[in-house]
Ligand binder design. Structure first.
Ligand SMILES: Nc1ncnc2c1ncn2[C@@H]1O[C@H](COP(=O)(O)OP(=O)(O)OP(=O)(O)O)[C@@H](O)[C@H]1O
Ligand SMILES: [Mg+2]
Length: 479
């Protein structure tokens, strides 16, 4: 024992000395990034980001790779295998990455959780001259890029706050979700190409605007109001935006929300890089004119009520001001990169406060099928850019209002093996002609009804002698 203590001291001194000598000779520094960290051994975000970054940026340079399928992705991901060293270059500076593993101290212990025993980590090696660059900039670069890759690779989800039994809701969450797999894209969306370009440009500016929003002191969010008749592609546009931006979609069913407080909680559970959608906002809740009603009520009752009471009442129901708060007030508190979209068939029914610029930044009218929109549908459904029947269809479309949904239905092949393109276009012509006939009939009926109304009005304004006699006798009887 007496010999043991001096031996240990000598060994420690030797180890320190050895390190000193090595660091004098070795011009390289190392940083290790462990998979699990902290008191509760949480998975380290920098480790996850490094893994994503390396698999997307450096795996092509590695010879030994490994593949896996994580729960959060629908594609196998290939990453660099353990102990395979890869080189990355940042601002002309070379760094070396290596995935390493520290084996358990005791081999005799049996564990059902190998990942807890085998501590994985990345070793990042670089020249000591570049230490500042690595610490101050490169690691942040890894974190940012790695997070982006993770977001891009994840399975996107469609959330709803009004779940049916087969949706996945966990841990008392107010949202349930399914995998979001809508095929709509801007390429398949039939609308005026100029308008489409404007929307895409607006989305790109928004996506790249993090610093700009920060600079001007505004929450990083954007509101779109989509309005137009049924079947003009409002829901398809939402899916196209989600696919273009690679965002999750939160389909907020307002009728399932009872109070402002609940709305607030629901909102707080949403994450960044998402679209919050309220479809048919005019039908979801009677918010039109609710403010007016409230103002009138306030005039009568303000004196009798304490302010706290009013606030409590407000929180016990869902009100327009609750929704307005939801759209702008709370955004700033919850980080950014969210898009909110309202859809409606009746834009004129909405309270102007709800859709004013700043809340709904862009008002997008989805219109009935134009010839330009038809050409997109013909390309998508039939794979054609031109046809002899296009002229006829162009003339017909200029004469009648028909939704892209109806045109799309007319273009659907009944039997994809036998039907030819001409037959499909003829079918569409029949559909448009029927719509035209229907519209003419309706217009005639409307005209006839108006004529009837007019003539009955004229009739009632002619005062007949008999009526006068009757009126006079009534006047006499009156007290
Ligand atoms: N502009 C469009 N471009 C491509 N397809 C469209 C378009 N509009 C409608 N469709 C087709 O019609 C179907 C119905 O469209 P969608 O649900 O997007 O209409 P909507 O405007 O949301 O209707 P509603 O007001 O009834 O909710 C879609 O599945 C799509 O196939
Ligand atoms: Mg819709």
């Amino acid at each position: 024992m007496a010999n043991y203590i001096p031996f240990q001291i000598i060994r420690d001194h030797l180890a320190t000395f050895f390190h000193k000598v090595v660091s004098l000779v070795n011009p390289y520094n190392e940083i290790t990034i462990h998979e699990y960290c902290g008191e509760y051994m949480n998975r380290d975000e920098l480790y996850a980001a490094s893994q994503a970054y390396l698999s997307s940026t450096c795996s092509s340079r590695a010879r030994k790779l490994k593949a896996d399928l994580s729960e959060e992705s629908d594609k196998p991901s290939v990453t660099i295998d353990d102990y395979e060293e890869v080189i990355d270059t940042f601002r002309g500076v070379r760094v070396w990455w290596c995935a390493c593993m520290r084996l358990p101290n005791s081999q005799t212990m049996i564990s059902f959780y190998p990942s807890q025993d085998q501590r994985k980590y990345y070793r990042l090696t670089f020249h000591k001259h570049h230490r500042k660059l690595v610490e101050d900039e490169y690691l942040n670069h890894i974190l940012r890029e790695g997070r982006d890759v993770t977001v891009r690779k994840r399975i996107r989800k469609l959330f709803t706050n009004n779940p049916s039994s087969d949706w996945n809701g966990y841990g008392g969450s107010l949202w349930s979700h399914v995998v979001f797999e809508h095929p709509s894209t801007f390429d398949t969306l039939a609308m005026d190409p100029k308008k489409k370009r404007e929307i895409i440009d607006d989305l790109v500016t928004f996506r790249e605007g993090k610093e700009y929003y920060k600079k001007i002191g505004k929450a990083w969010k954007r509101g779109y109001l989509l309005y137009g008749p049924p079947g003009t592609g409002k829901s398809s546009m939402i899916a196209a935006i989600a696919n273009f931006m690679e965002y999750d979609v939160y389909d907020l069913e307002l009728t399932a929300v009872k109070t402002n407080t609940e709305l607030r909680k629901i909102f707080i559970e949403t994450t960044g890089k998402s679209i919050i959608v309220i479809e048919d906002i005019d039908c979801s809740i009677d918010i039109t004119g609710k403010r007016k009603e409230k103002e009138e009520k306030d005039d009568d009752e303000t004196d009798k009520r304490l302010p706290q009471m009013e606030e409590k009442d407000e929180n016990n129901k869902l009100t327009l001001s609750g929704i307005l708060n939801f759209i702008d007030g709370l955004w700033s508190a919850c980080g950014g990169e969210r898009i909110v979209i309202f859809t409606t068939n009746h834009v004129d029914k909405l309270d102007p406060a709800l859709i004013r610029r700043g809340r709904m930044d862009m008002h997008i009218q989805m219109s009935n099928c134009t010839f330009e929109a038809f050409k997109v549908l013909a390309k998508n459904y039939l794979g054609i850019l031109e046809h002899d029947l296009f002229d006829t269809i162009q003339t017909l479309l200029s004469e009648v209002n028909i939704s892209p949904a109806d045109v799309a239905e007319g273009l659907m092949l009944k039997d994809s093996r036998n039907e030819d393109v001409g037959a499909c276009l003829m079918n569409l012509i029949r559909v448009i002609e029927a719509a035209k006939e229907e519209a003419t009939k309706k217009a005639q009926q409307k005209l006839a009804a108006q004529e009837n109304k007019k003539s009955s009005k004229e009739e009632s304004s002619i005062v007949r002698p008999l009526d006068l006699e009757e009126k006079n006798s009534k006047d006499e009887l009156a007290p």
